[in-house]
Design a protein around this ligand. Structure first.
Ligand code: ZN
Length: 79
């Protein structure tokens, strides 16, 4: 994919879920926790805890509170 909106997608390899990296529920024995998966080109979904972070105006919204909000939402229902 080519376009300005894909710039942040490169960051999926760098960004990590803040809850899994530094939140109270983190697992200190886990190597490289909180990896993110791109869903529908505008969501970053944590493979460990299922928190979902929306990308708004090409900026991933990486706040634990925001991830919490969508945690229970199935990925197929994200829009
Ligand atoms: Zn997580």
């Amino acid at each position: 994919m080519i376009g300005p909106s894909t710039k942040w997608m490169l960051d999926e390899n760098i960004l990590r879920c803040p809850a899994c990296v530094s939140g109270p529920g983190r697992d200190p024995t886990k190597a490289d926790p909180g990896q993110l998966q791109v869903v529908k080109e505008k969501w970053l979904v944590c493979v460990d805890c299922g928190r979902k972070y929306p990308v708004e105006d090409d900026i991933p919204q990486m706040l634990i509170e925001i991830g919490d909000k969508y945690r229970a939402t199935p990925t197929e229902e994200l829009s």
